[in-house]
Design a protein around this ligand. Structure first.
Ligand SMILES: [Zn+2]
Length: 383
C-alpha cells in the first residue's frame, strides 16, 4: 500500500473524527439505556422489562433483532413511555445532540412524533418547545466539549393515526424555530401514505419540506405513492427501489421507470443498513443494496434510524460499510456530501456546511499521512 492509499483507508478513529451528516434518526430510538432506566424511576413508569442499564440495552437490541418490523416497533412503547414530561423531553433531546456530536456528526435532522408525548398532559406545542430546548442545550454542551453540531427537528405523524394535517400545521408553525420538516412513520402495510394527502398538499402549498417512510417493509408501490401522489422530497429508507433495478448476467444494469425517476431527479434515499438487517429488509451488510446504489450514483445517504435498538451510531454504520465494500474516506465524504445536499435547511447553509466543514474535515484526515511521514524520519541523524 502506498502512503496515499493508507491515507484514504478509514480506521475506526478516523471514521469517528470524520464530519458526518445524519438525516434519519428517531429521537425515541436513540436514548441512552441509563437514561431510560432513570427516567422510568423519576416518572413512575413501571413497564420496563429490565432496570439495569446494561441488561436493558441488551433487551432492546434483542427485541429489535427479532426480524419483524411490528416487533421492532414494540420496543418504542418503553422509550416513548418515559418521554411524557417536559424535563424528560429536554433531557433526551440534549443527550441526543451531545451523543451525535461526540460521534462526529456535524449536522443532524432528528425526528419524533409530538402526538406520542401527550400522555402526561403536555400540549403539542409544549412537546415541540421542550425538544427544541433540549437540542439547543445539547448543542451548547457539545461546543463546550470541543464538538460542533447543528440539529434540526422533523415532526413525524403516525401512519395509523389521523392527525397528519394537524402535525403538518405544527411543523409549519415552528418552521425557522428549530423544525425543518415533516415525516410520516409507522407500519407501512395497510397504511399507504396517500391516507395523509391533505397534510402533504398543505405542506406543498406552504413551500415546506417533507420526507416519507417508504420502501422499507413494503416495496415499489409505496415508493411510487410517496413520490408521485404525495410529492415527498426524500424517501425514508427507499431501499426497496432495488426491486426496480435488474442486473443482467453480463453485469450490465437496467433501471425500471421508477428507479430511473428516483436517480434522474436525485431523490435522496435515507438508507439505514443496520436497521434493515434487523427488520429483514436486507440479508447482510455485504448484500445490502447500498453497494449497488452507490455504484449507480443514486443520491444515497447513510443513517442510523434507531441507535438504541440497533446498537449503532453513524460511525458504526460507516465501519460496517467499510468492512463490507472496502470504502475509502472519499466514499464516506461522498455519502456525507450527499446527505448535506439533501438536508432541509436553506441552500446557502448547506453549501457552507459542505465547503467549510465537510470537505475541509475530510481533507484534514487525508493529509495526516504527510505529517506522520515527517515524524517518522525526524530521527534521521545523518549517519
Ligand atoms: Zn425510521
Amino acid at each position: 500500500m502506498t502512503s496515499q492509499t493508507i491515507a484514504n483507508t478509514p480506521d475506526p478513529d478516523r471514521i469517528r473524527r470524520a464530519p458526518k451528516v445524519l438525516l434519519h434518526d428517531h429521537l425515541d430510538g436513540g436514548l441512552r439505556p441509563g437514561t431510560v432506566a432513570e427516567l422510568a424511576l423519576e416518572t413512575g413508569y413501571t413497564g420496563l422489562p429490565e432496570t439495569d442499564p446494561d441488561k436493558l440495552a441488551l433487551w432492546f437490541h434483542q427485541a429489535a433483532d427479532s426480524g419483524s418490523l411490528e416487533r421492532y416497533l414494540e420496543t418504542f412503547s418503553h422509550t416513548v413511555g418515559v418521554m411524557q414530561t417536559r424535563d424528560a423531553l429536554v433531557r433526551v433531546a440534549a443527550e441526543c445532540a451531545e451523543d451525535l456530536a461526540e460521534d462526529g456528526v456535524v449536522y443532524a435532522e432528528v425526528r419524533y412524533a409530538p402526538e406520542q408525548h401527550l400522555d402526561g398532559g403536555l400540549t403539542l406545542e409544549e412537546v415541540v418547545e421542550a425538544v427544541n430546548e433540549g437540542f439547543r442545550q445539547g448543542e451548547r454542551r457539545a461546543r463546550e466539549n470541543g464538538h460542533r453540531i447543528r440539529v434540526g427537528a422533523l415532526l413525524t405523524a403516525m401512519r395509523h393515526a389521523a392527525r397528519a394535517l394537524e402535525i403538518a400545521e405544527l411543523a409549519n408553525r415552528y418552521r425557522d424555530l428549530g423544525v425543518v420538516g415533516f415525516d410520516i412513520a409507522g407500519a407501512e402495510a395497510g397504511y399507504p401514505p396517500t391516507r395523509h394527502l391533505d397534510a402533504f398538499e398543505y405542506l406543498k402549498r406552504a413551500n415546506n419540506h417533507f420526507t416519507i417512510h417508504a420502501g422499507e417493509a413494503f416495496g415499489l408501490p409505496s415508493i411510487w405513492q410517496a413520490l408521485q401522489w404525495c410529492g415527498a422530497d426524500r424517501l425514508g429508507h427507499g431501499v426497496r427501489i432495488i426491486d426496480d433495478i435488474h442486473v443482467r448476467d453480463d453485469g450490465t444494469v437496467e433501471l425500471g421507470r421508477l428507479a430511473s425517476y428516483v436517480r434522474d431527479k436525485r431523490i435522496p434515499l435515507e438508507l439505514c443498513p443496520s436497521s434493515n438487517l434487523q427488520t429483514g429488509a436486507a440479508p447482510s451488510y455485504a448484500e445490502h443494496p447500498i453497494g449497488l446504489l452507490r455504484q449507480l450514483h443514486f443520491r444515497a445517504t447513510v443513517n442510523t434510524d434507531n441507535r438504541l435498538m440497533s446498537h449503532t451510531s453513524m460511525s458504526r454504520e460507516f465501519e460496517h460499510l467499510v468492512d463490507a465494500f472496502g470504502y475509502t474516506l472519499d466514499d464516506l465524504q461522498w455519502f456525507s456530501v450527499n446527505a448535506m445536499k439533501s438536508a432541509f435547511i436553506p441552500f446557502d447553509e448547506r453549501l457552507a456546511m459542505i465547503n467549510d466543514v465537510i470537505k475541509p474535515g475530510y481533507a484534514e484526515l487525508k493529509s495526516e499521512w504527510l505529517f506522520r511521514q515527517t515524524a517518522s524520519t525526524s530521527g534521521f541523524t545523518g549517519k
